[in-house]
Design a protein around this ligand. Sequence first.
Ligand code: SF4
Length: 306
Amino acid sequence: MTGAGRAVDEILRLREEKGLAIMAHNYQVPEVQDLADIVGDSLFLAMEGLRTGADTIVFCGVAFMAETVKVLNPEKTVVHPVPDSRCPMAGMVDTETLMALKGENPGAPVVTYVNTTAETKALSDICCTSANAVKIVRSLPDERIIFVPDQNLGSFVQRMVPEKEIVLYPGYCHVHMGISLEDVERLRREHPEAEVLVHPECTPDVVDASDHVYSTEGMIRHARDSDADEFIVLTEKELAYRLWKVTGKRAYAPDATCPNMKKITLEDVLSAVRGLEPTVEPDPELMVRARIPIQRMLDVGRGDEG
Ligand code: SF4
């Protein structure tokens, strides 16, 4: 048996013995996705955290996702194998700029993408995901809305909800921003039968060159239900693996890699299930404040517009 095979066996044995839940985001490397009990996008994983009977969750994704699971499940132990696996977009929000935007737009609610830290969420009125951003913005009575931090997702929402004014925060995901129109044209040439699914964190020209706009879970649902057998997924490349695994259909992605998502290896997961550390321990008062906008989002319900 290979070293990787031994690590997987040991992880699965310890998971059983300790009654752990192992969760992995859609952008984790295939070998980590393969050993997880639950794989999905950040909202799905947060919701599964609420549903799982396990007292301890080993979370394989970037830090804000593990933190969100902890915020929603403060009584559970959340272990994040590599705390340095952080989303640069979440790190783009600084309190001063956000407070200045609030000051310039008095009364405008702050809609915050879940891809943010607990500090940012605590300053927000309601959260959203790429799957429900349009639904969340439509649910608000206000005409002007501050959207934090992804400017491409905010621009997409603005186009879908023209009756409101969306004030954008200048944040972006460098992975989706790096997907170009040339990538789309090349992939279409190489796979002329494939349907093109795009994540709304991509730039507007890439969104316009695609067939359908979806969150990563939305892409998988669409592929499952579609008559098409091939898909081009304009998002982080590992989604192609996940889509194939769930639907049995072929998917092609540009070479878009999130280096932070790739920091968690099998050895890191093994070390985390052995020692049940490092744990995620946000400030308790911050957790209470950050939970409010997440709970408001969950109360509005999950949609499929994104
Ligand atoms: S893919 Fe983009 S938004 Fe997702 S964790 Fe990586 S940098 Fe952040």
